[in-house]
Write a protein that binds this ligand. Structure first.
Ligand code: IMP
Length: 429
């Protein structure tokens, strides 16, 4: 049996939660390998709705959750989330959650710097979640991070905080934001240490063992390919690599263990935060998609920008993200629209192109080229086979499949876990 990696194929919020939950019920271990509590997954299980940001979705299904080294971990956010799900009757302990000992931590100074920078950017702000994700990754590659394992060595922690504060307080001072005191940070971390250290371990060993004993591992991506720090709409991106290749480095396992790469795309497009969005709709249809699709950010509650399906962009995400099969979600949101458009390319300064360019101004200038398809009058909601779909809906799905150059292996037709049309079992490889 193969492992599976799940990644977003657009700008996030593609409905990964439901798909990951469905796959998690068939996996043994679920691993987060990048991002942090900027992510938001909503899982509906029976009468309970779980909103997870940092916890791997598998814990809801009684599976082992692993937070890999590629994540940036806010200890306070993790403990609050553990408390929140405990109130819903879900116990998270070191028995069902393991955290890479070398995971970098998000400290209170990271969100402070994130927000101070966004304020300083004014009109040009990136629209980050304000959770300190970017500054925490900067510290990781700057070799200044406090990592989970440092909590076991108070002297190391103290010396590393000196270095960290020299950097951060200079920046905060320059931005006119309040500085941080070493004592407060050190005391805070030492108080958290006994709560966090029981979860810490070299998770690469556990994953290696899992691999050799034939366990199924699900790698749960956060954000999406177009928010990838290299391949996305830079600088309007998150600060990690969201492509499937990073599942290996972010978990501590070889690339051959990633298995089947499943991309998730909505049947239309949404984006939160700033940045280019060629197929964005500023009209009544855009509003309708937002209302019907309940398009509000899980983490920040911000309304999402909405637009037509951009096949050109998803094709690009398929190629750079390593996507082998696609899940199309929220098809039912399009029910009843008289006609549908699919973006198949862009016109940029008079030229027709079939990919989103990397250059900032060229990206911003991209005008969508549309193909128009007939809508359907029937309902797709809750369909569990192709035979239950209106003919035009099947045509729409098939056309997307052709344009993005990847097979659609699953079709999700409502938020309910079982309202899914499966063409191929991703765990079968
Ligand atoms: P950051 O990850 O908080 O630094 O935010 C950078 C960009 O990524 C912003 O446009 C955010 O709105 C976006 N972003 C981060 N996490 C998510 C997510 O889980 N879904 C959708 N957008 C996200």
């Amino acid at each position: 049996m193969a492992n599976v990696a799940v990644i977003g194929a657009q700008w996030g919020d593609e409905g990964k939660g439901k798909v990951v939950d469905w796959l998690a019920s068939r996996a043994d271990i679920v691993v987060r390998f990048q991002g942090g509590h900027n992510a938001g997954h909503t899982l509906v299980v029976g009468n309970e709705t779980y909103r997870l940001s940092l916890l791997p979705s598998g814990v809801v299904r009684g599976k082992l959750g692993v937070i890999g080294n590629g994540v940036v971990l806010d200890p306070q956010a993790l403990l609050s989330e553990i408390e929140k799900v405990a109130a819903q009757g879900l116990k998270v302990t070191p028995e069902n959650l393991r955290i890479a000992e070398n995971v970098p931590l998000i400290l209170p100074l990271h969100p402070a710097l994130d927000r101070a920078r966004e304020t300083a950017r004014g009109e040009d702000k990136i629209g980050t979640t304000g959770r300190g994700i970017g500054p925490a990754y900067e510290d990781k590659v700057g070799r200044r991070s406090i990592r989970l394992c440092d909590l076991a060595e108070p002297e190391t922690l103290s010396a590393k905080l000196d270095e960290l504060l020299l950097h951060h307080n200079s920046l905060l001072r320059g931005l006119g934001a309040p500085e941080f005191s070493k004592k407060e940070l050190l005391d805070g971390l030492l108080a958290l240490a006994p709560k966090l250290l029981p979860y810490a371990e070299p998770v690469w060993e556990r994953l290696d063992e899992a691999r050799h004993s034939g366990k199924r591992v699900l790698f749960e991506g956060a954000q999406a390919v177009m928010l990838d720090v290299d391949h996305g709409t830079y600088p309007y991106v998150t600060s990690s690599n969201t492509v499937a290749g990073n599942a290996a480095g972010g978990a501590g396992i070889g690339p051959d263990a990633i298995g089947f790469v499943l991309g998730i795309a909505k049947a239309y497009t949404t984006r939160v935060g700033s940045g280019p969005f060629p197929s964005e709709l500023h009209d009544e249809t855009g509003k309708l998609l937002g209302e019907r699709g309940r398009e509000f950010g899980t983490v920040t509650g911000r309304p999402r920008r909405c637009g037509w399906f951009d096949a050109c962009m998803v094709r690009q995400a398929v190629k750079v993200g390593g996507i082998q099969g696609l899940v199309l979600t929220k098809l039912d949101v399009l029910d009843g629209l008289p006609e549908l458009k699919i973006c198949t390319g862009y016109r940029i300064n008079g030229e027709t192109v079939k990919r989103l360019p990397a250059a900032f101004r060229a990206q911003a200038a991209a005008e969508p080229i549309y193909e128009t398809l007939q809508g359907w009058s029937g309902s797709t909601r809750g369909a569990r086979s192709y035979a239950e779909l209106p003919a035009e809906a099947v045509k729409y799905v098939r056309r997307i499949e052709e344009l993005v150059e990847a097979p659609i292996v699953l079709l999700s037709t409502s938020p309910e876990r079982d309202d899914t049309i499966m063409m191929r079992d991703p765990f079968a490889g």
